[in-house]
Design a protein around this ligand. Structure first.
Ligand code: AMP
Ligand code: FE
Ligand code: FE
Ligand code: ZN
Length: 276
């Protein structure tokens, strides 16, 4: 038994509805899952409700996009958060609003390289969730400019390409504090090994509780290094597929958190709950 604790839904840039994801996780024999959408918890409640119906543990989650002082992009996962927490909801709403403003700039930039997309169409593709570059990519595929999301990123949307516009920056310490304020546990998503040991102490000081170890971006060697580091520093460890869409990227359940690590995470969450 194992849990996929890194999954995106239609509430951000995933292709499956939260309810479908719970059913899929169940059919793959997972013991638990977490919906971890970019800058939104809108997918959490429908998933939790479905989990209760079919008897599968669904951990509330979120993945907050951050940038550190050195300008490096990093993502912070929050688990066990209260999705109705007002402070968290307000901050995530502000981040999604700024994503919408950024979208206008992306569309403008793409126009200068003769890519003509409708802002309304991209918004429609994203629905009322968290809009991002993958939705721009989907609109480009739809209009025949590229064949898939990967091509859209490589040619136009990745950093350094003509349609790139950075997101509003949140510091990792602010994201960690926000997650803690909503009763959650903060985990550094898919950290790079290089320089990690130097960067960890200040984040742990800010309240970071763990690191993501099992992830499609990590080689076997990195997994070993990360596990060792986590053990030394007594950090929680998690993992997941970072599933977005069927047919691209890693399938749901292909990277997981082993049960012992899920139990450690649940224990920390339950200890925090009994303290408050
Ligand atoms: P955004 O949050 O709008 O900056 O978009 C980032 C998201 O784009 C990531 O979470 C991935 O889902 C997706 N992404 C990033 N790089 C690539 C890539 N090279 N190919 C396909 N999708 C990507
Ligand atoms: Fe994504
Ligand atoms: Fe991420
Ligand atoms: Zn992710």
């Amino acid at each position: 038994m194992a849990a996929d604790l890194h999954i995106h839904s239609t509430a951000s840039d995933g292709c499956s509805h939260p309810v479908q994801l719970v059913d899929l996780a169940n059919s793959r024999g997972l013991s638990a899952l977490a919906i971890t959408d970019h800058d939104t918890t809108q997918g959490v409640l429908p998933a939790v409700a479905r989990g209760q119906e079919i008897g599968l543990l669904v951990l509330p989650g979120v993945e907050i996009s951050c940038e550190d002082d050195a300008g490096r992009e990093m993502h912070i996962l929050g688990y066990g958060i209260d999705p109705n927490h007002q402070g968290l909801a307000d901050r995530l709403t502000a981040l999604r609003d700024s994503r919408r403003r950024r979208l206008e700039q992306i569309v403008q930039r793409l126009r200068s390289v003769n890519i003509h997309l409708s802002l309304d169409r991209i918004q429609a593709i994203a629905g009322d969730g968290s809009v991002g570059r993958p939705h721009v990519a989907d609109a480009m595929v739809e209009r025949g400019y590229v064949n898939n999301r990967v091509q859209a990123f490589q040619g136009y949307l990745a950093k350094g390409r003509p349609g790139y516009v950075p997101r509003e920056k949140t510091s990792p310490s602010a994201a960690i504090a926000l997650i803690a304020s909503a009763a959650g546990v903060a985990i550094w998503a898919h950290p790079e090994c290089s320089g990690l040991a130097d960067r960890l102490p200040s984040l742990v000081h800010s309240g970071l509780a763990g690191i993501e170890v099992w992830h499609p971006d990590h080689s076997e060697q990195q997994v070993c290094q990360l596990l060792q580091l986590a053990r030394l520093q007594q950090l929680l460890v998690t993992g997941g597929s970072d599933f977005h869409c069927t047919g691209s990227g890693s399938p749901l359940g292909s990277y997981v958190t082993p049960d012992w690590a899920v139990q450690n995470l649940l224990q920390v969450l339950s200890d925090r709950g009994s303290q408050s």
